[in-house]
Design a protein around this ligand. Sequence first.
Ligand code: SAH
Length: 218
Amino acid sequence: MLNGFVHESILERAQRKGLVEIHVHNLRDYTTDKHRRVDDYPYGGFAGMVMQCQPIDACVSHLISERHYDEIIFTSPDGEQFTQPVANELSLLNNLIILCGHYKGIDYRIREHLITREISIGDYVLTGGEIAAAAIVDAVTRLVPGVIGDDQSALSDCFQDHLLAAPIYTRPAVYKGWRVPDILLSGNDAKIKDWEFQQSLERTRRLRPDLMDEGPDL
Ligand code: SAH
């Protein structure tokens, strides 16, 4: 799932440019089980299967013997919510491990002893951590300087400054009679900046007033 994803589009270009390195590790390569099993039944007779300590520990031990990792993240629905501020924070770090759970989850001792941070991408349950890891890798990578063309562009996205982004348009100025706002064709940069800010404010008040509670008074 992840090997395809991390070698497409902007993530692939970022790696080619040497701006980020993304490696996908298969826990089955680290199991000592001769059938390459990585899961077992839970103690207590609960439903589902649980990922065992040994392959995860072996994989993480191998990785941390090669370089220092700033965080060892576990993707988990009960983790801290993944938000733009968390992505910003992670983008400033050098090396991250993101562990994907599967089945019913992972042996809790891994979370107690190896994991430094637990992140959820939302209040719903996925079958595995790959989509969560993909979301984290994607959101963090595009914040690395040089990854998306115009450095300003990541800063003007939604959630930066506790505001939603203003609407954007491209040519033609009129399509099927649908017009681009006149102000954007005026060439008056100061007025356009002001329009952009007012649009952000209005859209945030209407669609996500909760964001403004956390931000500065506007
Ligand atoms: N029994 C667990 C859910 C297991 S889902 C519970 O109730 O919390 C299997 C795996 O998918 C999890 O271990 C986690 O790695 C991943 N996962 C599922 N939903 C997720 C979410 N919202 N955010 C991040 N990871 C998630």
